[in-house]
Design a protein around this ligand. Structure first.
Ligand code: PXG
Length: 288
């Protein structure tokens, strides 16, 4: 893999940043996970808009235009000669002195990594995944906006560690009020009596780009969609449940806290959303 750093490409072992970069020292930076499908960067504009919003929230002035970042993403795909890949784009605060103040940092680093996969096991997509609720709650929105895709993912990492400790591979995380928020890196949907339900932004979730894609598909297909607070009880008794994320794509959920979900996994609407999602993938984006 050739790694992009501020306009240059490096072999993986040669790609380096300073140990005084505040991205490393304090998780002071932001990122996006982006997917290339058949030489088309899916929803690139949406990802770059979200990156700009994260940057604004942490008062990190991006010294590159959206067009320049888009070109860097496409160039990374071309240089790596890939057609389908997962891209991770990071912006660190840059090298500074010790101490939290970002004032000592003047040179943000734009880094683009690419990962050809394989990603999750095929079994998850064919048979569904088992979820378990973990004790660690999502961070309070009053403490840190979940919209900021920051380089500090310890909240999600703790969720991951806890579910793995219990023998599961993915965790359902609740918000402070005990309502369903999301998984460690994926949004959650259920289907109940033909209606698609997902937690609202006020549940303290990242407004996923895949989540929005599913909402758009539902609206187009005339499937009723509601963003509403969900309890664990609602998930246990759902007809269908699935997770969405750039990395995960769409993963059906077969079991939640030991309760089998619905009658078959993947359920019929989950299958339909998955088909529609893959029809869009190589269309709704930017050709490299
Ligand atoms: N929630 C959280 C907390 C996330 O980090 C999603 C939902 C899904 O959002 P999108 O926009 O992708 O539909 C995410 C996505 C990585 C990585 O290593 C990043 C995510 C998930 C898994 C891995 O780059 N973020």
């Amino acid at each position: 893999m050739k790694v992009y750093i501020n306009g240059e490409f490096f072999e993986e072992d040669e790609a380096k940043i300073s140990v005084l970069d505040h991205g490393l020292l304090y998780g002071d930076g932001i990122f996006e996970g982006i997917r290339l499908y058949k030489k088309c960067v899916f929803k690139l504009n949406e990802h770059l808009e979200r990156l700009e919003h994260s940057a604004k929230a942490i008062m990190l002035e991006l010294p590159w235009s959206r067009e320049a970042i888009a070109e860097a993403v496409c160039e990374t795909c071309r240089v790596n000669e890939v057609e389908d890949v997962y891209l991770r784009l990071l912006v660190t605060r840059g090298k500074g002195t010790l101490g939290f103040s970002p004032k000592s940092c003047s040179n943000p680093q734009l880094i683009i990594l690419s990962d050809p996969g394989p990603f999750y096991s095929a079994e998850y997509y064919e048979e569904g995944i088992k979820l378990i609720t973990v004790p660690t709650r999502r961070l309070s929105t009053a403490a840190l906006s979940p919209q900021i895709k920051s380089l500090n993912y310890l909240n999600s990492i703790l969720g991951k560690i806890e579910c793995q400790h219990l023998g599961y591979s993915e965790a359902l995380m609740l918000n402070e009020d005990g309502f369903v928020a999301e998984c460690t890196g994926d949004n959650v949907f259920i289907i109940q009596k033909g209606q698609l339900l997902t937690p609202p932004s006020s549940a303290g979730i990242l407004m996923g780009i895949t989540r929005q894609t599913i909402i758009d598909i539902a609206e187009r297909l005339g499937i009723p969609i509601k963003e509403t607070p969900l309890s664990r009880y609602a998930l246990w008794n759902a007809d269908e449940c699935f997770l969405t994320g750039t990395y995960a794509e769409i993963i059906p959920v077969k079991e939640m806290d030991g309760r089998t979900i619905g009658k078959a996994c993947p359920g019929p609407l989950t299958k339909q959303f998955t088909e529609e999602f893959f029809k869009l993938n190589s269309k709704d984006g930017v050709k490299i």
